[in-house]
Design a protein around this ligand. Structure first.
Ligand code: 6GU
Length: 225
């Protein structure tokens, strides 16, 4: 899969996209990611990308010219052009999985008070939010969406535990995990995990998942599995 990210803060992504699983996925060519500075498409000598809003009000608005020029240069036929914004469709595991099956994604990170509506009306295919809170700009949100979708690309997780047993696929939160030592500062690992009876371990883990989900996310229990 190919991903292009358009942002005013490319340095926010450099380290993130080179570390850990994403870094390895890129080295293995499972993912090809390019981060671009929107300023590179500004046309005036001050490298302007924003301007004052028509109608007045606080803050600045991302201009049409650099964004249209950038997206028109980067887009390919059939690619999905996504604008990261708190008023977009909420990101879910299902959406991340769907995005992971696309051949080419172009992410546009907003900034300031917003972007010119004509961009959203014409060269954006989908608007995505990562939750009900507001970030200073969409660049971290783009990082979150990329991380979430990368986990669904075959080969990215390697020997990690299977995706199907996970919280937002099964609608149950995870069970508690333990490793050696069996007793640490007087705290013992639950006996059932030390006995090696896999049927009993499965039952215990499922009960733990139900209890945790009831306590923390009762809304998940009402959803279809
Ligand atoms: Cl996608 N962008 C910004 N700026 N804030 C957010 C967000 C996106 N999703 C949640 N909050």
């Amino acid at each position: 899969m190919r991903i292009d990210v358009l942002t005013l803060f490319p340095a926010m992504l450099d380290g993130f996209l080179s570390e850990s699983m994403l870094g390895r996925a890129r080295e293995a060519k499972l993912l090809e990611i390019a981060v671009h500075n929107l300023r590179d498409w500004s046309t005036d000598k001050h490298r302007t990308t924003d301007d004052r809003p028509f109608g007045g009000g606080a803050g600045m608005v991302l201009k049409c010219e650099p964004v249209f020029a950038a997206i028109e240069q980067l887009q390919t036929s059939g690619c999905r052009r996504i604008y990261l914004t708190p008023d977009g469709t909420p990101l879910t595991s299902a959406l991340a999985e769907e995005l992971s099956r696309q051949r080419h994604l172009v992410f546009l990170s907003g900034h300031y008070e917003g972007i010119d509506q004509r961009i959203r009306d014409t060269i954006i295919d989908q608007e995505v939010s990562i939750g009900d809170y507001v970030l200073t700009n969409g660049t971290l949100a783009a990082a979150v969406v990329i991380d979430a979708l990368a986990r669904f690309i075959p080969g990215v997780l390697g020997e990690e535990k299977s995706l199907t047993s996970e919280s937002f696929t099964s609608n149950l939160l995870d069970f508690p995990n333990y490793t050696r030592p069996a007793v640490y500062r007087g705290m013992s690992v639950p006996e059932v995990l030390l006995q090696g009876n896999h049927g009993e371990i499965e039952k215990w883990r499922h009960a733990q998942q139900l209890e945790k989900t009831r306590k923390v996310r009762p809304d998940l229990l009402k959803k279809k599995p």
